[in-house]
Write a protein that binds this ligand. Structure first.
Ligand code: URA
Length: 211
């Protein structure tokens, strides 16, 4: 398992679409459509090195051993609610993936992440698990979500976000050095409210138009 990896997905299409998403005039419907496109493109990069195994198949002309993705169907995990915005594009690419959901909120007094929803497919330990949340800001939620998934047996985990803050990447890898992070950008910093600068605002609000 790679140590403390951060993969920046620099594909021009991802970077171009991300710029459109950052723009404050971009509507929710356009933002959602762009997020779906970007998440498909990101999934392509995140899954680039999935292990293959040869399976015997029959073409119209001959028997052959041909590569297919090894092991159980992979599991996408959405951190609610903004994570859902990344799931559809990934499912466009991997329609047979299983999907888990985890909901966490921050207790205003203790600032601890409290779980309010958790539903996962079986046999997490035998699946490639890909956790998605558009923004890796303080990383509190992502750290708690991955802790829970590990406690539930997951061992091969990747984390995908659209944007990360340097502080978030550091906190994330302090807790989970074995989990690689895939992102389209590591931005400049967090502001005093825990928002990423320059960022794109509140991802959940921009996806669902709830500002
Ligand atoms: N969550 C968001 O939606 N945006 C940020 O900038 C930080 C956390």
């Amino acid at each position: 398992m790679p140590e403390k990896q951060v993969h920046i997905i620099s594909h021009p299409l991802v970077q171009h679409k991300l710029t459109l998403m950052r723009w404050k005039e971009t509507s929710s419907s356009k933002f959602r459509a762009l997020l779906r496109e970007v998440s498909l493109l990101m999934a392509y990069e995140v899954m680039r090195d999935l292990p293959l195994e040869k399976r015997e198949i029959e073409t119209p002309l001959a028997l052959m051993r041909s590569p297919m993705i090894k092991g159980k169907k992979l599991c996408l995990v959405s951190i609610l609610r903004a994570g859902n915005g990344l799931i559809e594009g990934m499912l466009d690419l991997v329609p047979s993936a299983r999907v888990g959901h985890i909901g966490l909120y921050r207790d205003p007094e203790t600032l601890q992440a409290i779980e309010y929803y958790y539903k996962m497919p079986s046999s997490l330990g035998e699946r490639q698990v890909i956790v998605v949340d558009p923004m890796l800001a303080t990383a509190n939620t992502a750290v708690a979500a991955i802790k829970k998934l590990k406690a539930d047996g997951a061992s091969d985990i990747r984390f995908v976000c659209l944007l990360a803050a340097p502080e978030g990447v550091e906190a994330f890898h302090a807790a989970h050095p074995d989990v690689p992070v895939y992102t389209a950008s590591v931005d400049e910093q967090l502001n005093e409210h825990g928002y990423i600068l320059p960022g794109l605002g509140d991802a959940g609000d921009r996806i669902y138009g709830t500002r």
